[in-house]
Design a protein around this ligand. Structure first.
Ligand code: ADP
Ligand code: MG
Length: 417
């Protein structure tokens, strides 16, 4: 699957945003050493835009005349792509804007999406400049695929969009506490991890989620699927299943039919609540059909996690959390689900270290650790009990407090080879 990022009748025009401060501060050197020639030889006309400060890329992308560009790429860490995606979705024409093919070249200290794309290409793991060269080739190839985005609701900030992760507890703390070691590159995470392990702590809160059904997560392209059977109702197609699965009667534009469950009465209620949900009214971006406002009780078909003491909570929607952390080995670009992980309190330091080491190869799920839980979800809500703490979205700090998230299948497009 995948389309080319531009038609072949003329060269591709790409905006390439470079954050000179990302990683070890060598993004421009990396561009000159590896990328400039590669793109020229591939016939990719690109305009280099050097970002000057935080949110510069976000503002540029929000105001840009997108008819001038076939693609927008970044040479930086995940933070700059986060700005690009949110800038696109803040536009009044977000629906077209978010179709702009996006490219990722790793130049930061956190290059998780680049590592994920490389992983999906089937190549064996690499890091550093080798990862950059690999992603450079994928960018030149220019194959575009849909990629999931997750909308994130916080208690008082505007809604955000995320392409990678939502983290609370151990991983969020390591990511942010290690920012001061940015100049040493990705090693900062190793050092941060060891420091956090030495003072391992418990994070208290309430976690709940809407489970993803196996049928749903296995089915690619359900969004445009017009088959006559609801994926979860293969055997019993009563009259109510028409409601459950509007795609049975017409090619449905409403993404709602992705959310089929067996309980049709719940569906009916949720469809009503969808139309009356005001949290996203008037804002650019797609509506969140699975979420009720944060100050209201959870929908009754959500699962509330019994434990309230965690060492970490992590939702991932791509495979890698960092260049050398294969946190969600089963993740793909646009499966329409989040991989939710949590580690229950009570885990020993040594078991925790073992898990983190196993994660380098994606083997943490097969270590049989009783404290680690992995489940696939379509939406989640997390309510920390402590008044202060760190929560990250795609590795960036966000407002601390209650948060909820819903996945939007294939909302953006990524040049991924
Ligand atoms: P890294 O992986 O090294 O953290 P990121 O791409 O995540 O790299 O960038 C880190 C932060 O730097 C982002 O929040 C981005 O907004 C910000 N930024 C972008 N351009 C600049 C600049 N010229 N000076 C300082 N910060 C910048
Ligand atoms: Mg970053």
């Amino acid at each position: 699957d995948g389309m080319l990022m531009s038609d072949l009748s003329r060269p591709c025009r790409m905006m390439l945003l470079v954050n000179p401060q990302s990683g070890k501060g060598q993004a421009l050197t990396l561009y000159n050493k590896h990328i400039q020639q590669m793109l020229s030889e591939a016939g990719v006309l690109h305009t280099l835009v050097i970002t000057e400060r935080q949110n510069h890329a976000r503002e540029l992308v929000r105001e840009a005349d997108l008819s001038q560009w076939d693609a927008i790429a970044i040479l930086s860490g995940d933070g700059l792509l986060y700005e690009v995606i949110n800038g696109l979705l803040e536009r009044p024409d977000w629906e077209d804007a978010i179709q702009t093919p996006l490219g990722v070249l790793p130049g930061g200290s956190g290059n998780a999406l680049a590592a994920s794309i490389h992983h999906y290409s089937g190549a064996s793991p690499v890091s550093g400049e080798e990862l950059l060269v690999s992603c450079g080739f994928l960018l030149c190839k220019g194959l575009v695929s849909p990629v999931d985005l997750v909308s994130i609701h916080l208690s008082s900030s505007p809604r955000l969009f995320s392409f990678l992760s939502l983290a609370w507890g151990f991983i969020a703390d390591v990511d942010i506490e290690s920012e001061k070691y940015r100049h040493i590159g990705a090693v900062r995470f190793t050092i941060g991890t060891l420091l956090r392990l030495a003072s391992l702590r418990v994070y208290r809160g309430r976690l709940a989620y809407l489970p993803a059904t196996e049928d749903y997560s296995n089915k690619r392209g359900v969004k445009n699927n017009m088959t006559l059977q609801c994926p979860n109702q293969a055997s019993s197609l009563g009259p109510a299943s028409l409601l459950c699965c509007p795609s049975r009667v017409s090619p449905c534009q409403n993404t709602y039919h992705n959310y089929c469950h067996s309980n049709n009465s719940i569906k009916l209620r949720r469809m009503e609540s969808t139309s009356s949900h005001s949290a996203t009214k008037g804002l650019p971006g797609p509506p969140d059909s699975l979420l009720l406002p944060l100050d209201q009780p959870l929908p009754s078909d959500w699962v509330v996690v019994q434990e309230e003491d965690f060492v970490l909570v992590l939702a991932m929607y791509q495979s890698h959390l960092a260049e050398d952390l294969l946190a969600a080995p089963a993740a793909t670009l646009d499966e329409g689900i989040m991989h939710l992980f949590y580690i229950r309190a009570g885990i020993s330091r040594i078991a925790m270290l073992r898990l983190l080491l196993a994660m380098e190869k994606g083997a943490h799920l097969t270590t049989n650790c009783q404290h680690l839980v992995h489940t696939k979800v379509r939406a989640l809500r997390l309510e920390p009990y402590s008044p202060k703490g760190i929560m990250t979205v795609d590795g960036e700090v966000v407002e601390y407090g209650p948060v909820q998230a819903e996945v939007h299948r294939g909302l953006a497009r990524l040049i991924s080879g």
